[in-house]
Structure formats: structure tokens, C-alpha cells
Design a protein around this ligand. Structure first.
Ligand SMILES: [Zn+2]
Length: 239
């Protein structure tokens, strides 16, 4: 059976996986970055099909998994991995994967939830996200270390209160989650906060990134990120 996931090689160290058969609204990017002492996996998709068998790491090399926020399309397969880091702010909710936090209920009656059944008899109404207690919590200023590169954790609320991102200050690589990406930004969920999102966008205007890999959409450079942030500020903050 062909894989549920599609896979794109971004560069020698970076692979992006996504779920082409899930509704575009919850089709998120999953990033696998190879480090010297550990690999990094940023977000884990919907959890409709097992993700862990798709992620190849050398024997004995740790795979550090970071959830950028607790929304369904980023944490579905988190429970499959032993090293689970995520936002300190929402840490308690990873223990239950409370649907009020993940919005898993929104998938239950989503029209066209999948364009291909993952298994015969599969129904979106049965969709559940298993609990995945965090083994490490991350907040502003913390560092995720792969040995040959270090990512600074940025807390970038707005889309969700718990949104975090990873920034390698040495070479400008940025994993932004849903704080910013090159597609329609979502700021009208029950836990979205437009004032916080405006502050996040202002902060991003000054972040010296080389390349950004977001939670959705194509990757972007610093110029494109500033365009996205400026456009958001223009339509939301009035200028
Ligand atoms: Zn989200």
C-alpha cells in the first residue's frame, strides 16, 4: 500500500513529510532535520496513520520531537515517540489531549476530511488523539541542542497561546510552526489572540532568518517572511 505520507527532500539534512490525503485545513508540514548527535522532528501530523515507521534514524541516535503547539494537525502522532518536547504553557493538556485544546472535534464532521480512506471502514467521527505527556517542556529562551547546531526557543503566541518556534541563530534556520507560514494564517480559533499575534508579527519583522520552514505552505526566506508579517499587520493592526 502506498504511504499515507508524501516526502520531499529539502536538502542533505532536511526532509519534509505531509499528508496529501487529509483536508488542506489540517494538512501540516512535518520536518525531519538530521543533526550530529541527535535528529530533530518538528511536529507529527494528524496521527491517522503511524508516523514513526516513516522516520529513519541511525541505530542509537536520539530523535528529539518538538510539538510547536497542541493543535490536532501537529500532535497526532506525538505519542509514538519517546522524546516528546512541547510548550510549557500547554504541557498539562498533552497528558489528556483534551479536545478543547487540540480541536480534534473539528475534524469529526469536517466535509471532505480525507480524499482517500486510510483503511476500510475508517470514519473521521472516530478520530482520537492519544495522550502524549511531554518529557521536556520548552519556553522562551530554552535551547534544543543537536550537537552541531542549537535552536533557541521563541514563544510566539497569537495563532494559539502556546505557539513556539525554533531558531538557529548561527545560520538563520527557523522552524516556525503556525506562528508564521506562507499560506492563509489562522487567527480566529477560540484560543487565538489577535493582539498577541500582532506583537508576534512585529517581533518577526526583526528576526534575521535565512530560511523558514513553517507548519503549512512552502518555505520562505527573510524577505518573504517580512512580507507576510507586514501584510498581516496591515490588515489587522490597520497599518
Ligand atoms: Zn495550529
Amino acid at each position: 500500500m502506498p504511504s499515507w505520507f508524501s516526502r520531499s527532500v529539502v536538502d542533505g539534512k532536511t526532509t519534509m513529510l505531509t499528508e496529501p490525503f487529509v483536508h488542506a485545513y489540517v494538512r501540516a508540514n512535518i520536518w525531519h532535520l538530521r543533526g550530529r548527535d541527535a535528529d530533530l522532528l518538528v511536529d507529527t501530523g494528524m496521527g491517522i496513520c503511524p508516523l514513526a515507521p516513516q522516520i529513519e534514524t541511525p541505530q542509537g541516535k536520539p530523535l528529539l520531537v518538538v510539538a510547536t503547539h497542541i493543535h490536532l494537525d501537529h500532535v497526532g502522532s506525538l505519542h509514538e515517540f519517546p522524546l516528546r518536547a512541547g510548550p510549557r504553557m500547554s504541557a498539562a493538556r498533552f497528558e489528556t489531549m483534551d479536545e478543547a485544546a487540540t480541536y480534534a472535534y473539528m475534524f469529526h464532521d469536517l466535509e471532505g476530511a480525507v480524499s482517500k480512506l486510510p483503511a476500510s471502514g475508517w470514519k473521521s467521527a472516530d478520530y482520537r488523539i492519544p495522550p502524549a505527556p511531554l518529557t521536556r517542556t520548552l519556553d522562551e529562551g530554552d535551547v534544543v541542542d543537536l550537537g552541531d547546531r542549537q535552536f533557541r526557543v521563541l514563544h510566539l503566541p497569537g495563532h494559539s497561546p502556546d505557539s513556539i518556534a525554533l531558531f538557529d541563530e548561527a545560520d538563520g534556520l527557523f522552524f516556525s510552526g503556525d506562528a508564521i507560514y506562507d499560506a492563509m494564517l489562522i487567527d480566529d480559533l477560540p484560543d487565538s489572540d489577535r493582539a498577541a499575534y500582532i506583537s508576534t508579527m512585529r517581533r518577526l519583522l526583526d528576526l534575521p532568518i535565512r530560511i523558514g520552514h513553517g507548519g503549512h505552505g512552502p518555505s520562505f526566506d527573510g524577505k518573504r517572511m517580512r512580507e507576510i508579517a507586514t501584510a498581516y499587520l496591515g490588515r489587522t493592526a490597520g497599518g
